[in-house]
Design a protein. Structure first.
Length: 228
């Protein structure tokens, strides 16, 4: 009888413990959670470093300002042409000009700088301005590059004095073509032709008689002295 009573008490105790555990799930969860180690706290993301502004060098800024002023001064000097040079510029033939051997050049006036021209061809480009001459020929120069453009009545040519070569020859505008055709029909006199001799009038002086002086006549003999 004692054995059966003990077994009954043990079973009842087990049932009560199970009921308590089922009635308290938070306790088991808390124990499980407490048994796990805490997760390490995450560090805040580092802020990106601010980009450093470039240090402005005062000397470099001054050099750039000086260069701009020099360039502005050059442009201002280009515009300072004399009235005589501007008059020469008005007579320059512009446009696309065909030259010998199938070459061509393009001469364009600069509308922003009156009197200046941009001359362009194969493998070259020059900045030209008029120069007065004593022969009457129209002359444009790019002194920095050594280029010279000569415009005659019947043709134009481009030379490079630094290189000692002729870059283009027999370049003609429509008006120069007309002059060249007229010169073929009526060739101008060459400066090498000898001038015609002009017969000089010979003035003959009148004959002047030559008078030869005659010797003086002898004096007549004196009368004989009286007889003694």
């Amino acid at each position: 009888m004692k054995t059966i009573h003990s077994t009954t008490l043990a079973a009842a105790a087990v049932t009560m413990v199970a009921a308590v555990l089922l009635a308290s799930p938070g306790v088991a969860t808390a124990q499980t959670t407490a048994s796990k180690p805490a997760a390490p706290a995450t560090k805040p993301a580092a802020k990106p470093a601010a980009a450093k502004k470039p240090v402005v060098n005062a000397d470099r800024t001054n050099l750039k300002t000086t260069a701009k002023n020099v360039a502005a001064g050059i442009e201002a000097a280009e515009e300072a042409l004399t009235p005589a040079e501007l008059a020469i510029a008005e007579r320059v033939h512009v446009g696309n000009l065909p030259c010998e051997l199938g070459a061509s050049v393009t001469l364009t006036p600069d509308t922003k700088a009156p009197g200046y021209f941009d001359l362009q061809g194969k493998n070259f480009k020059y900045r030209m301005f008029p120069v007065a001459t004593t022969t009457g020929a129209i002359r444009l120069e790019d002194r920095k590059a050594g280029a010279v453009w000569l415009q005659l009545a019947n043709k134009s040519m481009l030379m490079n004095q630094k290189l000692g070569i002729r870059l283009a020859d027999e370049c003609v505008s429509p008006s120069q073509v007309a002059v060249a055709e007229a010169m073929k029909l009526n060739p101008p006199a060459s400066v090498l032709d000898a001038p015609k001799a002009v017969a000089a009038a010979v003035v003959t002086a009148p004959a002047v008689p030559v008078v030869t002086p005659q010797p003086a006549a002898a004096a007549p003999a004196t009368a004989a002295s009286a007889a003694r």
